[in-house]
Ligand binder design. Structure first.
Ligand code: NAP
Length: 212
């Protein structure tokens, strides 16, 4: 697929390299292309563009920008470039505040997720929440002694979720579909839980697994 990654942070760079590794065409969207020189050297098949060039090129989009900038970045892409496309939403609504005893502060509350905030303005977009609840270093084909980790996803478009489940299988994950967009209210805070061992004990290598 033609994949457009909105975001040049760790998540954007790692997922972009992961999509290239799995045979997809990739462009990273950023306001500051200069900072991706080293990434481009390591990933010569990748390309860099503006946010709107990235959205226009993409058949599938990954939103991997700072949570506070998510709306602004989607606006910069223009609604027409995103209409009808799957957007994997990897963002979290992390506030500009330090963690308290290892617990992140969110700018949303438990009755509305960031993904639900994005949906009304970008109504034609097929959002799927995924990749938000694990650290970037563990996103692509992670190896855990405990076996294959579980990625919790949700979204209102069933066909979009099955495309994302296919990508997750390529990336070494099993998928747990938690249902419609409202489930992002539960999936986004998993990031809080995931980060606590990191902030408290510098332990950043783990993932969730759903047992039955
Ligand atoms: N880091 C992780 O391990 C991790 C894991 C799971 C989920 N997440 C989530 O994934 C997202 C990306 O995280 P990250 O750590 O890779 O990077 P980040 O530092 O949270 O975000 C970097 C990206 O946000 C863009 N950005 C920041 N402020 C902006 C603004 N005012 N206007 C437009 N764009 C702006 C930057 O644009 P430029 O490219 O122009 O600089 C850059 O592309 C976040 O929502 C985060 O919560 C992170």
């Amino acid at each position: 697929m033609k994949v457009g990654i909105l975001g040049s942070g760790d998540v954007g760079k790692i997922l972009a390299a992961g999509f290239l590794k799995h045979g997809h065409e990739v462009i990273i969207g950023t306001r500051t292309p200069g900072k991706l020189g080293e990434w481009l050297q390591k990933n010569p098949r990748g390309r860099i563009g503006s946010f709107d060039e990235t959205a226009k090129f993409a058949e599938l989009v990954v939103l991997a920008v700072k949570g506070t900038a998510a709306v602004e970045v989607l606006r910069a892409c223009s609604v027409a470039n995103l209409a009808g496309k799957i957007v994997i939403d990897a963002t979290n609504p992390i506030a500009d505040a330090p963690p308290t005893n290892g617990v992140l502060t969110f700018f949303t509350d438990f009755n509305q997720s960031l993904m639900e905030r994005l949906e009304p303005e970008f109504a034609g977009v097929r959002f799927v929440k995924a990749f938000n609840s694990v650290g970037s270093a563990c996103m692509v084909n992670p190896l855990f002694r405990g076996g294959t980790p579980t990625m919790f996803i949700c979204g209102n478009d069933e066909a979009a979720k099955s495309v994302v489940a296919g990508i997750l299988a390529q990336f070494g994950w099993e998928t747990a579909d938690m249902g419609k967009a409202e489930a992002a209210r539960a999936i986004e805070p998993l990031r809080m839980l995931w980060c606590i061992p990191g902030f408290l004990r510098n332990d950043w290598v783990h993932a969730f697994k759903l047992l039955a």
